[in-house]
Design a protein around this ligand. Structure first.
Ligand SMILES: Cc1cc2nc3c(=O)[nH]c(=O)nc-3n(C[C@H](O)[C@H](O)[C@H](O)COP(=O)(O)OP(=O)(O)OC[C@H]3O[C@@H](n4cnc5c(N)ncnc54)[C@H](O)[C@@H]3O)c2cc1C
Ligand code: FES
Length: 331
């Protein structure tokens, strides 16, 4: 039996056939519900089900916590309607529409043992992105790889922090030979992760590894801003060498309001005198009550999954919790 789905914000509707996921039917009907990975990992396609019921083939997809499902959220790429639905989701387009452009490599340099700073100059003027968004570097064979902008919008020059995945098509094989002056094709901007100024609360930002990149872009855009809320940044890494921007971050306090920076290492050596363990556990140790924060989570899907569940247990609200999960690309 087929079901009708209405998207509240745009008024668009489409028919979903039996056994079909909401997103598949939406795209077939030219309805651009937000999405990225399409396998239930990234959470980009999260909608709120205002009317009706959905189910899933097996268990809940990784990008949706039981608490989110309980609160009425669903992942459109996996959800199977069990009745007609009314769903709510912010329309995808933010800043410029995603545009394929050529970019010149301006710099490639190591930032840490497995992180490279890649600076590109976009060869098209006027492309705007919001701090927190990402771009898709094209591999030239139809596949792409996603990387978050690590700099704030800056006249066409864009920084990325790229973690090397051993054997990875882009982060290892392509990046290791990349030279200044070469060109790459990139499509941007993508993604809904961004600073929400209307959600004016103390900011709790939690990142693992290169999950720092979009957080850096957001925080740079808040520097010297008299309306900047208090900021607590927890950055998780394995060893001290992986804290590839440690010294620079310590200086951010001069330009951000009430800035607190807590690096947390999961495999620290004996010389480390700072915090140890998982970054989300350090947050829990410091904040018995998270009901007053706007929370931004970025990086490892496992950290995000654990942090969402733990933080909701400490009073955090899904209405004030934003995440950017660095899931692997499947194509
Ligand atoms: C929205 C978004 C934003 C992202 N932003 C960043 C960023 O700013 N900086 C950054 O470093 N990464 C970021 N990532 C992750 C990044 O896209 C992947 O690490 C990258 O696609 C790997 O590409 P590759 O071609 O080198 O590896 P592939 O050739 O695709 O993969 C090689 C092998 O490694 C595995 N693999 C792939 N990615 C990872 C991973 N992240 N961790 C562990 N194993 C992996 C694959 O399953 C495969 O077996 C982001 C991902 C998303 C979805
Ligand atoms: S598009 Fe549905 S979870 Fe990524």
């Amino acid at each position: 039996m087929s079901h009708r789905v209405v998207w509240l914000e745009t008024g668009q509707s489409f028919q979903v056939e039996a056994g079909e996921a909401v997103l598949t039917a939406a795209l077939r009907g030219q309805v651009e519900l937000p999405h990225e990975c399409r396998f239930g990992g990234c959470g980009t396609c999260r909608v709120r089900v205002l009317e009706g019921r959905v189910g899933y083939e097996d268990e809940l997809p990784m990008g949706l916590s039981p608490e989110e499902a309980e609160a009425g959220y669903a992942l459109a790429c996996q959800a199977l309607p069990q009745s007609d639905l009314v769903v709510s989701a912010e329309p995808l387009q933010l800043g410029s529409p995603p545009t394929r452009v050529q970019a010149t490599v301006e710099g490639v340099r190591p930032l840490g043992p497995d992180v490279t700073h890649l600076r590109l100059r976009l060869l098209q003027e006027g492309l705007e992105f919001l701090p927190g968004q990402y771009g898709n570097v094209q591999l030239g064979d139809g596949r792409h790889r996603s990387f978050s902008m690590a700099s704030k919008p800056n006249g066409g020059v864009v920084d990325f922090h790229v973690r090397r995945i051993p054997g990875g098509a882009f982060t290892d094989r392509r990046l290791s030979g990349l030279q200044p002056g070469e060109t790459l094709d990139i499509e941007l901007p993508h993604g809904r992760f961004r600073f929400r100024p209307q959600d004016y609360r103390p900011l709790l930002m939690v990142a693992t590894g290169t999950g720092l990149a979009p957080i850096k872009s957001i925080l740079e855009s808040l520097m010297d801003d008299p309306d900047c809320p208090p900021v607590s940044l927890y950055w998780g890494a394995r060893t001290a060498a992986d804290l590839y921007l440690h010294d620079e971050i310590q200086r951010w306090g001069e330009r951000l309001y009430e800035f607190q920076y807590v690096p947390v290492l999961s495999r620290a050596d004996e010389g480390w005198t700072g915090r140890r363990g998982y970054v989300q556990d350090a947050v829990l140790a410091d904040w018995p009550d998270l009901s007053e924060h706007a929370i931004y989570l970025c990086g490892s899907p496992l950290m995000i999954e654990a942090a969402k569940a733990d933080f909701l247990g400490r009073g955090a609200s899904l209405e004030h919790l934003y995440s950017d999960s660095f899931v692997f690309q499947t194509a």
